[in-house]
Design a protein around this ligand. Structure first.
Ligand code: CDP
Length: 222
């Protein structure tokens, strides 16, 4: 397969910072448009967890890239990947260019499947699928995101203070946005969706309307 060939199917890129609502929005778009969804954060979470389990340093690019190269889809269902600790490990290994390179094919193959796909992450609209037909960059204030993530973690049975979750979010924003390799940023042609003042249902509706408009444009160009 020519990895650089233009995308012919309908691909939706959903990017944004931690707990912005992008995961729920991506799932809703997958249902609305009958497309499979890939939460690309799980790939980085899985690499981080594997490196930690192996007792290697998260700063060791070679070990992390080797773990990334061996990753398979069936490893992504592990609930341990959804923890607070896994999010931090993910962001640590995600700074390594060789890790990102090793995960590129998996993501591009998913994006190029017949019919199309929805991918959510940090660099979908900029690096993984720059010619995606619909691009969203979902944001919310750090305080709102911290509150959402705190409630989510509590529901998962994790005991953590809101203050610590806010500190996690700020640290991760700085690391993800400040790294050299595929930093988190909106694609020039992404629609920005600030969900700070929205319920998640309202945000999902707003996202669907944006994508419906992009789909009409895409269909007329086929
Ligand atoms: O769910 P949440 O938004 O907290 O995080 P996630 O989407 O599971 O991503 C975890 C970490 O993986 C992020 O903080 C990024 O460092 C990294 N990541 C990335 O670099 N590129 C992606 N496409 C997805 C995640």
């Amino acid at each position: 397969m020519n990895e650089d060939a233009p995308l012919k199917s309908f691909v939706i890129a959903v990017d944004g910072p931690a707990a912005s609502g992008k995961g729920t929005i991506a799932t809703g778009l997958g249902k609305a448009f009958s497309l499979p969804v890939l939460d690309t954060g799980l790939l980085y979470r899985c690499v981080g967890v594997l490196v930690k389990k192996a007792g290697e340093s998260l700063d060791d690019e070679g070990s992390a890239a080797a773990a990334a190269a061996l990753l398979t889809a069936d490893q992504l269902d592990d609930p341990a990947l959804r923890t607070r600790a896994a999010g931090e490990l993910a962001s640590r290994v995600a700074v390594h260019p060789r890790v990102r390179d090793a995960l590129l094919d998996f993501q591009r193959t998913f994006a190029r499947q017949e019919g199309g796909a929805v991918l959510d992450g940090r660099d979908i609209g900029t690096v993984i699928a720059p010619d995606a037909s619909a691009k969203l960059f979902v944001t919310a204030s750090p305080e709102v995101r911290a509150e959402r993530r705190w409630k989510q973690l509590k529901a998962q049975g994790e005991r953590v203070s809101l203050k610590d979750v806010l500190a996690d979010i700020r640290r991760r924003d700085a690391r993800d946005g400040g790294r050299d390799a595929a930093p988190m940023k909106p694609a020039a042609d992404a629609a920005l969706l600030d969900t700070s003042e929205m319920t998640i249902d309202h945000a999902a509706d707003a996202a669907r309307r944006i994508v419906e408009a992009a789909r009409a444009k895409w269909l007329s160009s086929q």
